[in-house]
Structure formats: structure tokens, C-alpha cells
Design a binder for this molecule. Structure first.
Ligand SMILES: Nc1ncnc2c1ncn2[C@@H]1O[C@H](COP(=O)(O)OP(=O)(O)OP(=O)(O)O)[C@@H](O)[C@H]1O
Length: 323
């Protein structure tokens, strides 16, 4: 059962140098209760897509087309048709977000307690005693002591701040949490600790999670499905085990070859040759073709701009594997 359907979402930034299309016709369904990982290198459009789902694109950006359908009790609503006031009923209460704590996601001049109170007030919940009680519960859920409420953000470590943001996202019992690079800038042990907490949130509370990250190694243990973005497009998606075993798109194949593990020889790791596309320039129909070995070695001459979908699998490459 789908909880969210993203249909043909395109987002552009009007810059001095021209129009930058950061998301180009992105479509993907998200199932209730699943953990979806959206991966891709820096600039591939993950954060822009996350903001687009929440209708949070601001100037010079613009959501130029698309629909985001939210399902509840067999009723579907296109969130992008909502006014900002109407959308506010969905943001946090239905769909919450966790950004990187390092990116000033917490206000440095107010105590952690005030972040919880402000969020609740913004959603017409004004009983401070109840808010604090619930804040203590969600903090406990992310393994933080209630005394954190009296701290200022600078008094907490990076990992603690990230857990505060996760607790804050749980305050209004959302159905979906979108996490944008939730573990970047944290040490490896803390990354695993956070992943473990998120896994518990998904399994015990049944909350659907959407992870946007470039760090495929960290999220691979927790995600059910994976969607790979390249140059503002989804180039492949599918069940994580299937995609890891049989990646179909040459970009996914390259990403998987580039992941270091503790067991293997670093010399067998290969970076993907070439650079990510400059989205201000006109793109070839197949955006990956300038870096693609199939194309360079003339195994492929098909430059169709098409996502081939078969059931639960999809790939934008006609020859990397059959969907
Ligand atoms: N506010 C903005 N103004 C101008 N261009 C932007 C803005 N936000 C994003 N972009 C551009 O949109 C493209 C996609 O960026 P986005 O941040 O969504 O990628 P990403 O995959 O999330 O990368 P990262 O992990 O580095 O954030 C990039 O070319 C980026 O420069």
C-alpha cells in the first residue's frame, strides 16, 4: 500500500547563468512502513527533491510541475495543491523532516526545550505540561536524558544534536520522516548508533522513512528499497538486495564498485571516471553517457531519456540489465 506517490516532479532554479533543473520529472511511489534510501552523489538533486515533497522550495527555486499524493484512509490528497496554511497541517503532523544537525538545524540561542514547545505551538498544541511530557518520552526513545531539554545546542555533541532532531520529528507522531543526510558529519560509531535508533523507529512505531544520502554504505543495512539519483533524475530503483546483487544502471554499478569495505583490498575499489553533470548545461538524453563505459565502448548507442519500469524494478539504461 502506497503512502506517498511522487509523480513527474520537476524543480528548477533560476540563476544568473541560466535555468538549473535540479529535479527532472522524478516519479516514485513510497510504500507505507518501508524504509526508502535515495542515494546519489553531491548535486544529484536529493535535497531538492526532499524539499519539493514538503513544498518548501523557495526562490530562486520553483517547483515547475508534478504531483505529490499523500494517502490516508483510502483518501488521496495532492499536497502540492495545498496552500501554505493547509500544507502546515501535513508538515510535522504527517510528514516530518530531519536535517543534518551540523547545518544549523537547531537555533543556537534557545534551549532545546523551546524547540519542542515552538514546534508544538506552531501546530496548535499549547499545553506546555503535556508538551514537555511528550518531549521527555521522545527523547527517551532516542536514548537521551530529559535534562537535555534545559541545554543549549552548543552544549551537546553532534550525535546528541542529531538525536534531538530525530526526537523533535517524533513529537507529533508523524506517518513519514524524511531524513536528509542524517549521519553526515558524524563519526562512524555515532553514525551506526543513529542508524540503529532509526531502525527501531521504523520497526516499532511503523513510521515510513525516506533517507536522502550519498553514503550508501551506512544506510544499506536499514533500507528496504533504494532509488538512485543522477543529474536530477532517478536512474534506478528496486528492492535493496536485488539492486545490490544485480545493479542495472551503469551509474549504480559504479557506485557499488566504489564502496570501500573493511574486508577487501582498497586497490580493487574504483571511482567512477569523469565528473557529475553541470545541470546548467544542456544535457544529453542519457545524462550518464559521457561517463558510461557502454556508451564509450559503443556497446550502447541508445540515448533514450526513458525510465524502463517492470514491477518493482526500474532502470534508465536499456542494456545494463533487463527490467
Ligand atoms: N538554493 C539553491 N540555489 C541554486 N541552486 C541550487 C539551490 N539548491 C540546490 N541547487 C542546485 O541544485 C542541484 C541539486 O542540489 P541538491 O542539493 O538537491 O543535491 P544533493 O544531491 O542533495 O547534494 P548534496 O548532498 O550535496 O546536498 C545542484 O546543482 C545545486 O547546486
Amino acid at each position: 500500500m502506497n503512502i506517498l506517490e511522487i509523480k513527474n516532479v520537476s524543480i528548477e532554479f533560476a540563476l544568473k547563468k541560466g535555468i538549473l533543473r535540479a529535479c527532472d520529472n522524478v516519479s516514485i511511489d513510497i510504500k507505507k512502513g518501508e524504509v526508502l534510501g535515495i542515494i546519489g552523489e553531491s548535486g544529484s538533486g536529493k535535497s531538492t527533491l526532499a524539499s519539493g515533497i514538503l513544498n518548501l522550495i523557495s526562490s530562486p527555486g520553483k517547483l515547475v510541475s508534478g504531483e505529490v499524493w499523500y494517502y490516508e484512509n483510502n483518501i488521496k490528497t495532492n499536497l502540492l495543491n495545498k496552500t501554505p496554511e493547509q500544507f502546515n497541517e501535513y508538515r510535522w503532523e504527517k510528514i516530518a523532516t530531519v536535517f543534518q544537525a551540523a547545518q544549523n538545524a537547531l537555533n543556537p540561542v534557545i534551549k532545546i526545550k523551546e524547540h519542542f514547545i515552538e514546534t508544538a505551538f506552531a501546530h496548535n498544541w499549547h499545553n506546555e505540561t503535556e508538551i514537555i511530557k511528550k518531549s521527555e518520552q521522545v527523547l527517551e526513545y532516542v536514548r537521551l536524558d530529559a535534562n537535555v531539554l534545559e541545554a543549549y545546542p552548543h552544549q551537546l555533541s553532534g550525535g546528541m544534536k542529531q538525536r534531538v532532531l530525530i526526537a523533535l520529528s517524533l513529537l507529533l507522531d508523524p506517518e513519514i520522516i524524511i531524513l536528509d543526510e542524517p549521519t553526515t558529519a558524524l563519526d562512524v560509531i555515532t553514525q551506526w548508533y543513529i542508524i540503529d535508533i532509526l531502525h527501531k523507529i521504523n520497526k516499532e512505531l511503523g513510521i515510513t522513512l525516506i533517507f536522502c544520502t550519498h553514503d550508501i554504505a551506512v544506510i544499506s543495512k536499514v533500507i528496504d528499497r533504494i532509488a538512485v539519483m543522477y543529474g536530477g533524475q532517478i536512474v534506478e530503483y528496486g528492492n535493496v538486495k536485488e539492486v545490490f546483487t544485480l545493479p542495472m544502471h551503469p551509474y549504480t554499478q559504479g557506485l557499488l564498485k566504489a564502496i570501500p569495505t573493511l574486508k577487501d583490498n582498497m586497490e580493487t575499489r574504483q571511482a567512477i571516471a569523469g565528473a557529475a553533470p553541470n545541470l546548467l548545461e544542456k544535457q544529453p538524453a542519457c545524462r550518464f553517457s559521457p561517463r558510461c563505459s557502454f556508451y564509450k565502448e559503443k556497446t550502447c548507442s541508445n540515448l533514450a531519456d526513458e525510465l524502463y519500469v517492470n514491477g518493482e524494478r526500474a532502470s534508465r539504461c536499456p542494456i545494463g540489465g533487463i527490467v
